[in-house]
Structure formats: C-alpha cells, structure tokens
Design a protein around this ligand. Structure first.
Ligand SMILES: *Cc1c(COP(=O)(O)O)cnc(C)c1O
Length: 413
C-alpha cells in the first residue's frame, strides 16, 4: 500500500465555506483513509528521547499526550476556524468550558466585563457569580440598547464585551459592528457567542468581533450526540494565551467528541439552511394562529430587529422560535403552555437545541427556572412562553403537532 491519498494534497486558496466544511482537516494517516480517522488515544509513542524532549518543549512540533493535543481535535479546530474565517480555533470540553477558558485567559482581578443581560443562563452565573469571586466585575446591560453598552464601559478596566445574538429564548439581536466599535474605542475585546446563528448565517469576526465562542453541543454536532465547545480568534491569542492555558487547566475536548463534531460540520450548512426554512414556515403559521399571542423570530417582519437580523445573518432567521400563548393570568398561561407542550407527539420535550429533531420546552420552568418571577418578567420569559428548536421534520407535521394543543387551549378551565 502507498501512503499517498488525494486529500493529502494542499487545498487551493479561495474556496467557498461549503467546500471548506467538507475538505478542511488534517492529512490522512499512512493508510490514506477517505473518512477522517478517529485518534482515540490518550498518549503518543515517541521515536526517541530527544524527539520527545523537543515535543514537550514545543507542543506544535508533535503530539505527546491528548491534554496538550490530539489529531482528531486539531482536525475539528482547523475546520471550525476555516468556517468562521478565523486564523485559529481551540476546542474545549463544552461551550461553558470555552467561556471559562476565555475568561481565565483574558481577565485578572480588578478587570471589568460588559455583557448582555440576555445571555445563556449558565454564562450569566459564570460571570456574575464565579468570576466575581476572583475580583472580576461584570455589568449586565440591555441586549439591544447600544447607549447602555457604551455607558457601562469603564476606561482602563473594561477588558471584554461579551454578546450573544440571537439570544435564547426571545431571539433578540444585537448589532455586532456597533459593539465592536465600542469595545475597540475602549481598548477592549469583543467576544460573540455564535451558537444560535452558526458561521453558516453569521461570521462575527468579519463584522469586527475579536473572538467567537461556540457550544459545539448544539448545531455543530447537529444530532444531539456529544458535548463540545470552542474559541475562534487570532493565532496570537489562540497560540500564546489559550493553548498554553488549556494544556495546564485541562478542559480539553475528548478525541471522540471532536471527531463527531468534525463530521457534523460537513453537513452544518445544509442542516442550518433547511432547519431555518422550516422555522420560517412554522413562525408564519404560528403568527396566524388565534391562540398565539406573540411570535419571536428574527425572520418575521414583526421582529423588532428584523432589518438588522437580515443584514447580519445572511437574510435568514435561524432555527429557533419562541412564542407565547394567549391567557388572562400567569397561572392560566402556564397551564396552556404545558398543555401545548404535552399535546405534541412528534416534538421532543427537551431543552437542547440545534438537533435535527424538533425540541420543545417551557423556558420559565427550565432554562430560566432558577430566576425569581420578577427577574423572569424583566427578561421577558413569561409563563406562556414556549421555545421551539426546529429540526428537519416536515414543517406541516410540526404545525399539526403544535395545533393539537393550540386548537384546544381555550377549552381549558
Ligand atoms: C448551550 C449553550 C452554551 C453552553 O454550551 P454547553 O455545550 O452546554 O456547555 C453557551 N451558549 C449558548 C448560547 C448555548 O445555547
């Protein structure tokens, strides 16, 4: 057998992201496998002591131990970086591990962060509670009020602005270009959690952000199998700040999980486009339903940041919808929302998102369940709110599934 394989030849420059998604990775092994190999190993045998010494001193020169590097992880990092238009990426054990690594790498006691109030719940707790214990203070501001972001910046101590767009569950959209300008005026960095839009719809680095955060657990895997995360950014930050830190701190991505999300990226674009098209059809249908009070979806003209979302997200609203059911009281709203959720037979009752299966959940009692009722009201997460992470089923079947409960809510006491 020869070791030559066509995919070992270097790729030409200027390829479209759809091509990069299936072609970027690492060279095949000596066997020339056509599908990416899975390097399910914790360690690597060294040819001799001198090479071993060199690789321990310079991890980029060769693999030694999977906490410091693994080929399956490298393949995923290269492919994700290519899709985000980033110089480099570093993979982490989960999305939250990526945010932990970012904070750990960039911040020290006395530093200040400005962050949207509408971020993922665990992100709010990590910054507001855990980082606060180490002397890092975070100001939480409105997702959409740019003036509030600017006013919250503290010259000299604000090191990081952190946003997520669209948000969970209300799909609020923030202006990445405007936030990048505020961050850079203050000598700070802008990081964007790109979990909902994915690089298929939105490339924050091209809009001026310095770092992109991913939960690979969601759309990048796309089939609800593994936990994963990543930071994308400049080679300088990845190689000299985050890589040395993760090798010491250890929140690395497992090789098997890296291999799964690496393969997931091959179908990311077709999944995100198809799931978004389904979501748009379902959002239009929901807006017409008499039992529905309001639909939150960036692809609808009724969305408050519709124009910004269309400009920033390649004209596509994404695959996550929130909607509220009509009711006269919070108690009735909750009962009606539960009825709609419990009447489904196709949708899965689950709080994940980005799966090819449509998932339905009640944010007020799950992702936002630990907030007080007042905090929930302030966040707009009312008792009648339902979140739908739209999958690849036929949209007509999902509409019928939602109609089963929605058509009957007025009959409930
Ligand atoms: C799920 C999620 C995270 C956290 O990712 P995990 O992989 O669950 O740790 C962060 N941000 C957003 C927007 C998410 O949806």
């Amino acid at each position: 057998m020869t070791s030559a394989d066509s995919s070992a030849r270097p790729l030409p420059a200027g390829l479209h992201p759809d091509t990069l998604a299936v072609r970027t990775g690492i060279a095949p092994s000596a066997h020339g496998e056509s599908s990416d190999a899975l390097y399910l190993t914790s360690g690597f045998v060294q040819p001799d002591a001198e090479t071993s010494a060199q690789r321990f001193a310079h991890p980029e020169q060769g693999y030694t131990y999977s906490r410091t590097g693994n080929p399956s992880v490298t393949a995923f990092e290269r492919r994700l970086a290519a899709l985000e238009g980033a110089e480099a990426a570093i993979a982490t054990a989960s999305g939250m591990a990526a945010i932990l690594l970012m904070g750990f790498g960039l911040l020290k006691s006395g530093d200040h962060v400005v962050c949207s109030r509408s971020m993922f719940g665990s992100t709010l707790r990590l910054l507001g509670n855990e980082f606060a214990r180490f002397g890092v203070e975070t100001s939480f501001v409105s997702q959409t009020d740019i003036a509030e972001w600017r006013a919250a910046v503290r010259p000299g101590s604000t090191r990081l602005l952190f946003a997520e767009t669209p948000t969970n569950p209300l799909t609020e959209v923030c202006d990445i270009v405007a936030l990048a300008a505020i961050a850079h005026d203050a000598g700070a960095l802008l990081a964007v959690d790109n979990c909902f839009a994915t690089p298929v719809l939105q490339q924050p680095l091209a809009l001026g952000a310095d770092l992109v955060i991913h939960s690979g657990t969601k759309f990048l895997d796309g089939q609800g199998r593994v936990m994963a995360g990543a930071i994308c950014g400049s080679r300088q930050l990845i190689d000299s700040v985050f890589a040395p830190l993760i090798r010491t701190a250890g929140m690395v991505l497992a090789p098997f999980n890296a291999w799964v999300v690496h393969k997931g990226l091959e179908t990311l674009a077709v999944r995100v486009r198809a799931q978004s098209a389904n979501a748009l059809a379902i959002a239009h249908w929901l807006e017409q339903h008499p039992a529905v009070e309001r639909v939150f979806y960036p692809g609808l003209a009724s969305h408050p940041q519709h124009a910004l979302a269309m400009a920033q997200q390649s004209g596509v609203g994404g695959a996550v919808i929130a909607f509220s059911v009509r009711a006269d009281s919070p108690e009735q709203a909750r009962a009606r929302a539960f009825h709609v959720i419990d009447s489904t037979r196709v949708c899965s009752i689950a709080t994940n998102l980005g799966d090819v299966k449509t998932l339905i959940c009640h944010p007020a009692s799950t992702s936002h369940g630990r907030l007080s009722e007042a905090q929930r009201q302030a966040a707009g997460v009312v008792q009648g709110l339902i979140r739908l992470a739209v999958g690849l089923e036929h949209p007509g079947d999902i509409q019928a599934d939602l109609g089963r409960g929605l058509d009957k809510v007025q009959d409930l006491s």
